[in-house]
Every structure is written in C-alpha cells, then in structure tokens.
Design a protein around this ligand. Structure first.
Ligand SMILES: Cc1cc2nc3c(=O)[nH]c(=O)nc-3n(C[C@H](O)[C@H](O)[C@H](O)COP(=O)(O)O)c2cc1C
Length: 189
C-alpha cells in the first residue's frame, strides 16, 4: 500500500474511456463524498454540493447532453449524438462537483470557488486512496445552460468538474511537471 505522500507524488489522471468497473459501492461512494466535503471553507458556507451519477443514471443524464447537442447542431450525424449520449457513461461512476458560490457580505466569492476546487481535488485523491483512478474534466456540457437545467443546477451554480471514477488496468505514464524553480520563490531566513 502506498504511503500518503507517495500517493500524492504518483497520482495521475486516467482518461474516462480507460476507467473500468466495478464501480465503488455505496459505502465507498459515501467515503469518497465525506472526504470531498472535508475541505477548507472560509465562513463554513458549504459552497459546493455533489451529484452522483451511478449505473443507469449516467445514461439518463447523457440523454440531456444529447438533446442539448442536437439543439445546437440539428444536422449532426446520429453517431455524433450517440457519442454525446454516452459522455457520462464512459466511466463506471461520475460525480459532478457543483460550485454554489454566491455574493456574501464577508466571504469573497473567489474563496468559495476555490473551496469547490479543493472539494473536487479531495474527491480525486480519495478515489486514488481507495485504489481507483479518476479524471476531473468539464467538457462543453459543463457550460451549457440546457444541460445544467436538466441536471438541476440553479442559475448561480456552476460545474467545478465531472469527476470520473473507475479502475485502471495499468499505471499511467507520467507527464512533464513544472520545474520547482519556475513556479516557486523561496525566501529563506
Ligand atoms: C477545472 C478543470 C477542468 C478540466 N477539464 C478538462 C477537460 O474537459 N478535458 C481534459 O482533457 N482535461 C481537463 N482537465 C485536466 C485534467 O483534469 C488533468 O489535469 C489532465 O488530464 C492532466 O492529468 P494529471 O492530473 O495526471 O496531471 C481539467 C482540469 C481542471 C482542473
């Protein structure tokens, strides 16, 4: 079993199409969401929530994506529409992390948005800690009002990410990471 620091050092995204089942069970999903909710949150506003797409619910949500796609591109080929319908069914489990940031007397909206990002990242890391792989993506439908309405998002809510979760047959190759010298300034006493 990887130590926590080695898990953080080696985590990589795995593409939704490469994620296989079986999906996390109900107890594991509860554990994932509990960790996702355990993030810094200035003002304790809980400026995020989660929508779980499990089993056939993934296809049902995909129907809304396909309908929105057809609305935008009425002449699209049936294969394209079928591809869109399958968007949320590529991985065994998808969790939408929804930002509910709103203007607040004391807490800047920016900080609420950051907290939603932290929730999404915690979800990704919790999946890895349970032996799954994950991919945090948005894609076009995260920004489509018709899709957001169908998924039940209020006007002020935004998708921080659709976190795709499943199993990965092999460890993915790493990608280049920024050199610390380019991103960190170290002020030593
Ligand atoms: C908010 C957010 C949205 C993202 N949306 C997409 C996306 O739509 N498609 C995509 O290929 N990667 C997207 N990514 C990038 C992936 O999550 C991932 O960082 C990337 O594939 C690199 O993999 P790594 O996590 O192994 O570094 C997004 C990342 C963030 C933070």
């Amino acid at each position: 079993m990887l130590s926590a620091i080695d898990l953080l050092r080696t985590r990589r995204s795995v593409k939704p199409v490469e994620l296989t089942g079986p999906p996390p069970n109900a107890e594991e999903i509860a554990a994932l969401l509990t960790v996702a909710a355990r993030v810094p949150d200035h003002g304790k506003l809980t400026p995020w929530r989660f929508i779980v797409f499990d089993g056939a619910a993934r296809q049902a949500a995909g129907e809304a994506i396909a309908t929105a796609f057809r609305g935008k591109y009425p002449d699209s080929a049936p294969e394209q529409v079928a591809f869109e319908r399958n968007r949320l069914a590529r991985a065994p489990l998808v969790v939408a992390v929804v930002s509910r940031a709103q203007p607040h007397a004391k807490i800047p909206e920016w900080e609420q948005v950051l907290s939603a990002g932290a929730a999404a990242m915690n979800l990704v890391l919790a999946a890895h800690a349970l032996g799954y792989a994950a991919s945090w993506i948005t894609e076009w439908y995260a920004y489509d009002r018709a899709v957001l309405d169908a998924l039940g998002l209020a006007a002020h809510e935004k998708i921080a990410g659709f976190v795709h979760i499943g199993r990965s047959a092999q460890a993915p190759q790493d990608r280049p990471r920024p050199a610390l010298a380019d991103i960190a300034t170290w002020h030593a006493g």
